[in-house]
Design a protein around this ligand. Structure first.
Ligand code: PEP
Length: 251
């Protein structure tokens, strides 16, 4: 059966001391509440190794927010999947809309990143989602399908089985506008059917599909109650332990 997951995306927030304090707080809260879902924090590269030392990674997963599309070498400023894995991190967010929009990460780049992440034993949390104009034009299914086809459907069945999908409507990220639970359910069901068409029903049923976009303690329970919503990728609300745990406890 697929896992329920709540994953935080800290983005470019917190200094190292602040990040360490937040990670310890989340770790203690997770240990105290024994959640009904897997809990992951995805943090800046600079924090990974230090945070890995202060959390119990059997209870709280650790991930990066990106990795390079090359193995190693003369790519100044880049951080490879092998480097991420060497910190103890087990997950990596790939294809976040901010990376697609601000850093030109097109599908060809994302395919390379996914391949390198998998080669290094990292689980990709692969983000897909439409922008507002696409939603208004009723093109959301078409958009997410092409992001899946172009970014992931080159993978073998065994490889795809390791992927976590995050559906994040771009118009809902950081805007306070959440997709309704019905809107989320409808497109998550569509995503699952597209996966089933390509990889078969069993793999589709076992794939965790997270919702992301202004998810907070007040709306998480309604979203997570939908059969095809297997948890959330949480931006802003993952920066406050109380809010993040409020979402975790929605399961
Ligand atoms: C995100 O960036 O992945 C996200 C979901 O952000 P927020 O929760 O702040 O909308």
């Amino acid at each position: 059966m697929r896992k329920n997951i709540v994953a935080g995306n800290w983005k470019m927030n917190t200094t190292l001391p602040e990040g360490l304090a937040l990670a310890k707080e989340v770790n203690d809260a997770v240990m105290a509440c024994r959640p009904n879902c897997d809990v992951i924090i995805c943090v800046p590269f600079t924090h990974l190794a230090s945070i890995d030392h202060v959390i119990d990674s059997t209870k709280l997963g650790l991930g990066a927010e990106n990795c390079a599309d090359h193995k190693s070498g003369a790519y100044t400023g880049e951080v490879s999947a092998a480097m991420v894995a060497s910190t103890g991190a087990k997950y990596v967010i790939l294809g976040h809309s901010e990376r697609r929009q601000y850093y030109g990460e097109v599908s060809a780049i994302l395919r390379d990143k996914v391949a390198l992440a998998l080669e290094n034993g990292l689980t990709p949390i692969f983000c897909i989602g439409e922008v507002l104009e696409e939603r208004e034009a009723g093109k959301q299914n078409e958009v997410v399908k092409s992001q899946l086809v172009e970014g992931l459907f080159n993978l073998s069945k065994d490889e795809f089985a390791k992927i976590i999908i995050a559906y994040e409507p771009v118009w809902a990220i950081g805007t306070g506008k959440t997709a309704t639970a019905d809107q989320a359910e409808e497109i998550h069901a569509f995503i699952r059917s597209a996966i089933a068409e390509k990889y078969g029903k069993e793999i589709a049923e076992n794939t965790s599909i997270l919702y992301g976009g202004s998810c907070k303690p007040s709306n998480a329970a309604e979203l997570f109650a939908k059969p095809n919503v297997d948890g959330g990728l949480i931006g802003g609300a993952s920066l406050k332990c109380e809010d993040f745990m409020g979402i975790v406890k929605a399961f």
